[in-house]
Design a protein around this ligand. Structure first.
Ligand SMILES: [Zn+2]
Length: 273
């Protein structure tokens, strides 16, 4: 299953989106089997939200736990595609405010497909191969599917992007270690934690340090910088708002009157376009 195919049960149907984009927002959670995507979506879903997992359709059609009925994937895909297409019509979205779609989509073009055809936001939830294998085994999913996801991801991705829809230019000055920390944090908590506090589900794109890691003399406290307990996931808006708010009372030397650090190398400045 590679490529965009013109068929009612295609994994990536060529015709999808041709008649218009969905009238409600869609979040596509991608990642390997065993990543807990469905549990995450169910935990975040509010009233009027639909969590759509084609494995549930397989179970419904076959009457068996889905890993035992792989031959039902085609009819399940056909039904998923019809559902997605219907979201472009007022009748199709009656009573629906938001759709969470559970997919694997290991390759960059596959995630692009969802964002281009459905205007979807993409959340990659990647717990790491070892944890995925354990969780997949508990669900009765063969290890080969987890291995295949990582093989396809390695072959098909420029980098292990966390949120393709909000992908950052690669020249923002993050070093490799920051990117790794960020990817890890966002895989652990893919939604903005400040938005969650007020009941909003917003994909996070920024690794935020709860305690500022810059000392008053602007040197870096490496312990605070690298400590996962000092990390949280934020969306860009909350990160910018929070940075401005926080800078005022502390007013570190080297900050402007608005509290923003003057140092262009400071991460608050690097996060801005
Ligand atoms: Zn937020």
């Amino acid at each position: 299953m590679s490529g965009i195919v013109d068929h009612p049960s295609a994994q990536y149907p060529a015709w999808l989106g041709a008649a218009g984009k969905p009238l409600v927002p869609i979040t596509v959670i991608v990642g390997p089997s065993g990543n807990g995507a469905k549990a995450l979506a169910l935990a975040r879903a509010e009233s009027g939200h639909v969590v759509y997992d084609k494995n549930d359709v397989i179970t419904e059609l076959s009457g068996m736990p889905w890993p035992q009925a792989p031959e039902f994937i085609r009819p399940a895909l056909q039904r998923r595609n019809a559902f997605l297409a219907s979201l472009a019509t007022p009748a199709g979205v009656a009573g629906i405010r938001h759709v969470w779609l559970i997919e694997h989509s290991p390759e960059a073009w596959q995630r692009r497909f969802w964002s281009e055809r459905l205007g979807a936001q993409i959340l990659l939830v990647d717990p790491g191969r070892d944890r995925a294998l354990v969780a997949a085994a508990a669900e009765g999913v063969e290890a080969k599917w987890v291995h295949r996801w990582y093989a396809d991801a390695a072959k098909g991705a420029g980098r292990p992007a966390v949120a393709i829809a909000a992908a950052e230019p690669s020249n923002r000055g993050y070093d490799g270690r920051h990117r790794k920390m960020r990817d890890k944090q966002l895989a652990k908590q893919p939604l903005c934690q400040m938005c969650l506090e007020v009941g909003r589900s917003t994909p996070a794109t920024v690794l935020d340090h709860i305690k500022p890691y810059r000392r008053p003399d602007k040197s870096i406290d490496h312990k605070l910088w690298g400590d996962p307990k000092n990390h949280r996931s934020l969306c860009e808006d909350c990160h910018n708002a929070n940075g401005a708010q926080r800078a005022r009372p502390e007013k570190p030397p080297g900050a402007g009157v608005d509290g923003r650090p003057l140092d262009p190398a400071h991460p608050w400045n690097k996060n801005r376009d």
